[in-house]
Design a binder for this molecule. Structure first.
Ligand SMILES: CC(C)(COP(=O)(O)OP(=O)(O)OC[C@H]1O[C@@H](n2cnc3c(N)ncnc32)[C@H](O)[C@@H]1OP(=O)(O)O)[C@@H](O)C(=O)NCCC(=O)NCCS
Length: 172
């Protein structure tokens, strides 16, 4: 199957919303993406889609700005693949494209909340090992960090998510 990844373009938003609505049980992730798109945390160039030969959007991976201690990192969330395309490597392709774009942009680190069995393949390891903590109680290993080439041991500290995530952030 001919598939390619690219940065989200103007006009993709409805198709991206459809992918999230189909992949998740409720509208929360689709609503989150739409809220992030108009939030200061949105970074043009770090919202990636996988499309088929006809240009149909099959998957989406989003990186947005988050605060890590005194510095800046990226949050990978959400990631979704249209149900009929799951478990065929499409998720891996779109996540790798997003991470490559972050690397290219000189970003230092990416955090993700998710199954270590899935995200481990990209090099994510438990955030605690990097001195990074999240604003939530999750089992060890679920909150993960991927240091990028520009990572020099900082930033470390507590993560403060963009407001649309609706999580209690440090100091609040
Ligand atoms: C999770 C998701 C993004 C993975 O993308 P994908 O294209 O289906 O996965 P890939 O083909 O890249 O990788 C397949 C492997 O990923 C793992 N995997 C797939 N879905 C998984 C899930 N929900 N939980 C844990 N591991 C999963 C499995 O190891 C699978 O290998 P297997 O088929 O040999 O068992 C996709 O299945 C999806 O959109 N699921 C619903 C929404 C969701 O849960 N998003 C992630 C949280 S933000």
């Amino acid at each position: 199957m001919k598939l390619r990844t690219r940065v989200e373009q103007p006009g993709d938003a409805p198709a991206i919303r459809r992918v999230h609505m189909a992949a998740f049980p409720g509208p929360e992730e689709a609503d989150l993406v739409d809220a992030l798109r108009v939030d200061p945390a949105w970074l043009p160039g770090l919202s990636l889609v996988a499309v088929d030969a006809d240009g149909l959007v099959l998957a989406h991976a989003l990186l947005t700005r988050l605060r890590v201690g005194e510095g800046a990192g990226l949050a990978l969330a959400p990631v979704a693949v249209a149900p009929e395309w799951q478990r065929r490597g499409v998720g891996e392709r779109v996540v790798r494209a997003a991470l490559a774009a972050a690397e290219e942009a000189g970003e230092k680190l990416v955090v993700v909340l998710g199954d270590p069995g899935y995200y481990g393949r990209f090099g994510f390891t438990p955030a605690s090992r990097h001195g990074v903590s999240g604003p939530f109680e999750v089992p060890e290993g679920v909150f993960q960090v991927l240091p990028l080439a520009a990572y020099d041991g900082s930033p470390i500290g507590s993560c403060e998510y963009p407001e649309p995530f609706g999580v209690v952030t440090s100091g609040s």
